[in-house]
Design a protein around this ligand. Structure first.
Ligand code: AMP
Ligand code: ZN
Length: 699
């Protein structure tokens, strides 16, 4: 939406305002300019994902705007960036009438279906070859946005297609939805735009982790999360969930002289471009114009392969006749438009029988019920068991042994039970009874108030000990290969492993007469164990399995001390000062290092030769890649992604989370997806192959 020269001038205005803000403050005369600056940076941040301003500077400017508007309430405009923060909460959602019915799409599942669709289009239009616009079918919740006199006037859900819920306040929280857009300049007074509200996979996973940590049931898929969030009563809560919107259709244009219809609106692809230019997020990059159905089929089949590379869920493609004139002539049935069809990808849902429940004890003692299922393929993966989390979850979903259940595996998301199909019950299904005693050590289970999880609090409980060892040696922790899960269980039974330190006093000679252990494998195991003693401190911290301490927090912690036992002296307050450490995490770390047995174990590990020092502290990372930023996309020919990332870090480089102007190198492998497309648009990014990457790091 902003040309390069606009970008430059907004940047210089930004600097000027920042200077004023640091000095005697921004003048009221610059109020509208300030709003412009904030809108520009919101667009860079949310729509382009390519910020030019630090969060801090943005906040400072935003606060200045709030202050000015407080001092001059008459000057507040409805599309001011401050107006995203809804003032009054709607208690419930008024029902509103759609300007044009929100229909479904006709479905197709294979090439033959698409050929049929093409035949119908040709029959209706008399064309011999049709131009189609093909785009992803976003798997979210549909939304209608009405702009009147350039302002976002109303947002509504699809509802029954004729009427939906008005959710304007919640939609105003979504930063990819502009509060105003310059339609009047095109002679458009009122316009209705359709799109899809979604939550990306990363935010979804994070949201679910949060639910699980609070002992609440996770949501089955990003689609439910998006739909549920739209209907939250509290817009501030909705804002936290980080929804996004892709717009893909203009369904109504009010008061525009036909003769002056902008050229862009003559095709669907043009409309997507126009919306993009006006500041909306539309699939303008993801769309593809295909001439004839064969090109459509090829594109759809190809796109399905890169499905998991996208940061958000899609469940298929949508194929639309590109010329709007033909769309209008073809019209719709009561159910769907005749000029479009959805091409559905392989289902990631399946029904199967819940045959039993196993109760597993984790390394923190939490007892997790796991549903055993009649194995069934879902999206290419066999699923035979699924965590059903906790007692409340079982009750809420009304799960019984013997039930037919609908399961879903969204990409990158662990499979979940969507619901039990209660209509199919035969009367013989059995209630799931939660044990009162630990299924492994028989101690009594406890449940803390406010928590949904039952725990075995016997820290010598064999299940917990084994799980702690498994975690300790795992790939992202101490990475001791050859000590796989099955071996750990076996060694525990043979009393060769008793606890974490016993890994380092392992009696290898006892293995010599064990079946399945040759000389070579024993040697390998020995080397792997010895090598792990010098793993960097952050890995050891992560390996200890302190509750709520993941890999990222472990890195933060490692960077904060010279020696692991320095944490003995840390107060909760000191821990809270560390980046991303909140009260819950700080409390858990503090508890861990206040526990005598834990300290004893750590000291034993040190005696056994493990390094507890932060070797890197004080030394700024140097190496070939010092200060350089990297990102990987696609499947690399030889390296695993995590290995490549580790190589970057070990040479002082940084791995970024997404494509932005800050990125120096994008390393691409096979089936590189949208990151590559995006990187091509920023000419300071160098796009390189794995071979070039290896050369760069001198390998
Ligand atoms: P279905 O609900 O399976 O009948 O599919 C129709 C729905 O697909 C629409 O109501 C939209 O919410 C959704 N959809 C997702 N992406 C698109 C797109 N690019 N174009 C049109 N509809 C889409
Ligand atoms: Zn137990």
């Amino acid at each position: 939406m902003y040309e390069k020269k606009d970008t430059l001038s907004w940047q210089s205005v930004t600097q000027k305002l920042l200077q004023q803000q640091r000095g005697q403050g921004i003048a009221v005369a610059d109020l509208e300019l300030l709003r412009g600056v904030l809108r520009f940076h919101e667009y860079r941040y949310y729509v382009l994902n390519d910020p030019l301003l630090s969060d801090f500077e943005y906040d400072q400017l935003f606060k200045s705007l709030e202050k000015l508007e407080r001092q001059h309430p008459l000057l507040v405009t409805p599309d001011s960036p401050t107006q995203r923060v809804a003032k009054d909460l709607t208690r419930d959602f008024p029902t509103v009438q759609h300007l044009v019915p929100m229909l479904s799409l006709d479905n197709s599942y294979n090439a033959d279906d698409l050929i049929d669709f093409d035949r119908r289009v040709k029959e209706l239009t008399g064309l011999t070859s049709v131009e189609y616009c093909v785009e992803p079918k976003f798997d979210g919740s549909s939304i209608s946005l009405i702009y009147k006199n350039d302002l976002l006037a109303r947002a509504a859900t699809r509802g029954d297609g004729l009427q939906g819920d008005e959710v304007t306040n919640n939609v105003k929280q979504i930063r990819t939805v502009p509060l105003s857009a310059p339609f009047a300049a095109l002679g458009i007074e009122e316009i209705e735009i359709r799109g899809e509200v979604l939550i990306n996979k990363e935010n979804f996973n994070r949201f679910n982790e949060g639910l699980l940590q609070q002992g609440l049931p996770p949501l089955a898929n990003p689609r439910n999360a998006a739909a549920g969030t739209l209907r939250l009563k509290d817009p501030a809560e909705a804002a936290k969930r980080k929804l996004e919107v892709f717009v893909y259709h203009i369904s109504y244009v009010g008061s525009i002289a036909k003769a002056s219809t902008p050229k862009a609106l003559e095709t669907h692809a043009g409309a997507l471009e126009l919306l993009w230019e006006m500041g909306f997020r539309s699939p303008h990059l993801e769309k593809k114009i295909c001439k004839g159905i064969d090109a459509v089929i090829e594109h759809c089949t190809q796109f399905e392969h890169s499905r998991d590379e996208l940061p958000y869920e899609i469940d298929g493609m949508v194929i639309k006749v590109n010329a709007i004139e033909w769309q209008e002539k073809m019209g719709m049935t009561s159910h769907h438009p005749r000029w479009a069809v959805a091409y559905k990808f392989k289902a990631r849902q399946a029904t199967t029988q819940l045959t039993g429940v196993e109760f597993q004890v984790g390394r923190t003692g939490a007892v997790t019920p796991v549903a055993k299922l009649t194995p069934v393929p879902v999206g290419g993966v066999m699923v035979s068991s699924i965590s059903i989390h906790n007692e409340e979850y079982i009750q809420e979903k009304d799960l019984r042994i013997g039930d037919q259940v609908l399961i879903e595996r969204a990409g990158d998301v662990i499979p979940q039970i969507v619901k039990s199909l209660t209509d199919l019950r035969k009367g013989k299904e059995k209630k799931i009874i939660f044990p009162t005693q630990c299924p492994v050590c028989n101690s009594h289970l406890f449940k803390e108030e406010e928590e949904a999880v039952w725990r075995c609090i016997n820290i010598e409980c064999p299940a917990q000990v084994v799980e702690r060892i498994i975690h300790f040696v795992s790939k992202d922790a101490m990475d001791i290969r050859g000590l796989g899960e099955a071996n750990i269980r076996k060694f525990y039974e043979l009393q060769l492993l008793r606890d974490i330190p016993s890994i380092y006093t392992f009696n290898f000679s006892a293995l010599e007469n064990q079946e399945g252990f040759g000389k070579k494998s024993i040697e390998n195991l020995q080397t792997a164990i010895t090598a792990s003693k010098t793993q960097p401190l952050h890995r050891l911290i992560y390996a200890l399995g302190i509750r709520f301490v993941g890999e990222t927090t472990a890195r933060t912690l490692a960077a904060a001390v010279d020696h692991l036992l320095d944490f003995e002296k840390f107060s909760v307050e000191q821990l809270l000062e560390l980046e991303d450490v909140g009260p819950k995490v700080a409390g858990s770390i503090h508890d861990f290092f206040s526990n005598k047995e834990n300290i004893e174990m750590i000291k034993t590990l040190e005696r056994l030769g493990l390094s507890l020092r932060n070797e890197k502290k004080g030394v700024t990372p140097s190496g070939n890649l010092s200060g350089k930023t990297f990102l990987f996309t696609g499947t690399l020919p030889t390296l695993k992604r995590s290995t490549a990332e580790e190589m970057v870090r070990s040479q002082g480089g940084l791995v970024l989370g997404g494509v932005s102007a800050k990125l120096d190198y994008l390393v691409t492998g096979e089936d590189a997806g949208s990151k590559l497309e995006k990187a091509k648009k920023i000419n300071t990014i160098r796009i390189i192959s794995e071979a070039e990457f290896l050369q760069l790091i001198g390998n």
